[in-house]
Design a protein around this ligand. Sequence first.
Ligand SMILES: [Zn+2]
Length: 114
Amino acid sequence: MCCEPETINHLFFSCDITALFWNELADMLNVESLHCYEHVASWWIGNNKYAVVNMVSSAFLWTIWKFKNDLHFGLVLWSGLQVIWHRLWRLLKRWKILCPKKLLGNAVGYASTK
Ligand SMILES: [Zn+2]
């Protein structure tokens, strides 16, 4: 998405673009930080209390991966951050079945604010 050499860490975490998203997602999810794989994965081994954090972070990783591939293969052109938010929102709507019903309103609400 930028001109930096592509590594897993850069693509998913340290790129200025993805770091911006992680910061906003952390604010929306009310967690201290989502700045590296180890930190994001540490939520995955938690209990259902973090189901929303886990669903949103997983959806975001998948969204970035798919978007990067679409860019690479010329299926989309970079047109701004809103495209990624829109893709994340669409994916979360499809994944909402994975979220406990009592947390579902929060999960959908997070993404729809963008
Ligand atoms: Zn970058």
